[in-house]
Design a binder for this molecule. Structure first.
Ligand SMILES: Cc1cc2nc3c(=O)[nH]c(=O)nc-3n(C[C@H](O)[C@H](O)[C@H](O)COP(=O)(O)OP(=O)(O)OC[C@H]3O[C@@H](n4cnc5c(N)ncnc54)[C@H](O)[C@@H]3O)c2cc1C
Length: 464
């Protein structure tokens, strides 16, 4: 079967579109998650949608699993190829086809890196609302397939809110071109939603129409120190009411994260002399006449006066701003600082956040003496990240037992086992904790209807 498939693919696709054997780069086997790497039997590198369709039709007919890959920065194992399957990379479909400043849209191919879209939009005085720490490597196809979130969700929403249309190829090779550019279009089902956040299990995304926003002319950032979570939540409400739409980021770092990362990475600046009970990186952005800096200053003075904030450092230059963001984006160095980790991306109701972190960090410390457990997250979006590492355990981290503990507490507070990274393979067991049997059955029905042979990214998200 494998040989038949390779022969058929080799005959149907142009030269250079299929790579096999030792020529497949080793990096193709893994993503950024802790999922076990799997080497595919072939790597397909289409240049156009028609080649994607041809390859999928052949694989579907011959029973060969296909895993779409973007930048492989995913944190749930979704981009890891299936055994005896093929990986489909979009590195040669990475063009920005058009930017239409009047309509405020960008038409792009799936393999374009997020940072390239952001840079192109800026040239037109526009911006793309989604931003992640992995911006230089992750792709629009991967961002759509995971419904990525990031640091600007508070203001612009997740990937789903920033796309107007897309083109996808079904398992049997049918091309669904749904490249809508209109802000309002209720003509029948909104088909693009089937491919957003479904991690390459219902179709392979080839192109998209993205929604662009006016680029803010002014922005201001500050790092704030708090006594505790209650003070931080009071400040979040004040920031929302004073800044409104101008509030563009509200990223929290618990001392467990802040102390460990600033201690481990000497290149990070420590803006405060004294430690705090919690840290928040706040950003405001808006038009030139919105007095953004003044409004942020006024908000901070007010909150310092009421005692909500214990201390604050305002970025006074682009360099300062980059230094503050480097603290938050030091998450990219977990591999170097910690080694293998047990990572959680959970949804927790904002009001429960403080007590949740205190309890879970304490229970983990009690259960695994010496463990490092660090909390941080997009708190304005109810999204907490918790990263654990047990020194001395090497690759043998206590994944299962720590996950049982954390997810038990997530269920108790009515949270979610995945806020933005998706399910992939790593959170499949946990999915049933966040979804009802009826919801899971409907997901399986959708999978069977669109991919009856189980060709697309099998083993990920749902069991059909
Ligand atoms: C340092 C760092 C910071 C991060 N920060 C954030 C963050 O703040 N918020 C957040 O949400 N995520 C974050 N991530 C996770 C990751 O960057 C996102 O999930 C991103 O959207 C994945 O994009 P990718 O191109 O790398 O996709 P991949 O990892 O290659 O793939 C992810 C999933 O999408 C599928 N897929 C990829 N391309 C296609 C396609 N064309 N068609 C159909 N399916 C496809 C894959 O099969 C897989 O299931 C971070 C990761 C890192 C390493």
């Amino acid at each position: 079967m494998a040989q038949d498939a390779l022969k058929a693919l080799g005959q149907a696709l142009p030269e250079g579109a299929i790579v096999i054997g030792a020529d497949i780069p080793a990096s193709i086997a893994a993503d950024w998650s802790t999922a076990e790497p799997v080497m595919p039997m072939a790597l397909i590198r289409p240049r156009i949608t028609a080649e994607v369709a041809t390859a999928l039709a052949i694989c579907d007919a011959l029973g060969v699993p296909v895993t779409a890959q973007g930048g492989r920065t995913g944190l749930a194992g979704g981009a890891v190829p299936a055994e005896n399957g093929v990986a489909m990379s979009f590195e040669r479909m990475a063009a920005i086809e058009e930017i239409d400043p009047l309509a405020g849209v960008a038409v792009v191919q799936a393999g374009v890196p997020l940072a390239s879209v952001q840079a192109s939009a800026r040239e037109y005085g526009l911006m793309f609302g989604v931003d992640l720490g992995s911006r230089d490597s992750c792709t629009i196809g991967g961002n759509l397939a995971t419904n990525a979130g990031g640091t600007r969700v508070l203001r612009y929403g997740m990937m789903r809110e920033n796309v107007l249309g897309l083109e996808a190829v079904l398992a049997d090779g049918t091309v669904i071109s749904s490249m809508n550019r209109l802000l309002k279009n209720n003509a029948g089902y909104d088909l693009k939603q089937m491919f957003i956040g479904t991690e390459g299990t219902l179709g392979v995304i080839t192109r998209a129409v993205l929604r662009l926003q006016p680029a803010p002319a002014a922005s201001a950032s500050a790092l704030c120190g708090f006594r505790n979570a209650d003070a931080m939540l009071g400040f979040l409400m004040r920031a929302r009411s004073r800044l409104g739409q101008a509030l563009s980021a509200f990223e929290a770092m618990w001392p467990s994260f802040y102390s460990h990362m600033t201690g481990a990475l000497p290149e990070l600046r420590r803006p405060f002399d004294a430690p705090h009970g919690l840290y928040v990186l706040i950003e405001a952005a808006g038009a030139a006449d919105e007095a953004i800096e003044e409004r942020l200053h006024a908000l901070l003075s007010e909150a310092l006066e009421t005692g909500e904030i214990t201390d604050a450092v305002i970025a006074s230059s682009e360099r300062d701003r980059a230094d503050l963001w480097a603290l938050r984006e030091s998450v990219a160095h977990f591999g170097r600082v910690l080694g293998p980790v047990i990572a959680f991306d959970i949804g927790v109701p904002i009001a429960a956040m403080g007590a949740f972190v205190a309890r879970v960090e304490a229970e983990i410390a009690e259960g695994w003496p010496g463990i490092i457990a660090m909390s941080y997250g997009h708190i304005g979006d109810s999204n907490l990240h918790l990263v654990c590492h047990l020194p001395g355990a090497g690759a043998d981290q206590p994944h299962e037992a720590v996950s049982d503990l954390v997810y038990r507490r997530v269920v108790e507070v009515g949270g979610s086992v995945s806020a933005e990274h998706g399910i992939g393979t790593l959170k499949r067991k946990a999915l049933a904790l966040s979804r009802s049997p009826a919801e899971l059955a409907l997901m399986a029905r959708m999978k069977r209807a669109l991919d009856p042979n189980g060709t697309l990214n099998p083993g990920k998200v749902v069991t059909a």
